[in-house]
Design a protein. Structure first.
Length: 58
């Protein structure tokens, strides 16, 4: 019975790590991929989005 609890806890920890890594990867793409985009309209949309969430960008 204890062995199953350890496996469940281990699987839960792995899922948490995978979810956190995925969130960091997506967030990095949004911040760096869109913020430094060449088309001015995409950059302006990202800039306005950051301001609408009160996220400082400059």
């Amino acid at each position: 019975m204890l062995n199953n609890a350890v496996r469940s806890s281990s699987a839960s920890s792995l899922q948490t790590v995978v979810a956190a890594f995925g969130a960091m990867l997506l967030g990095s793409f949004i911040l760096f991929g869109v913020a430094f985009a060449q088309p001015q309209a995409i950059h302006d949309a990202a800039h306005d989005g950051r301001h609408s969430f009160a996220f400082p960008c400059h």
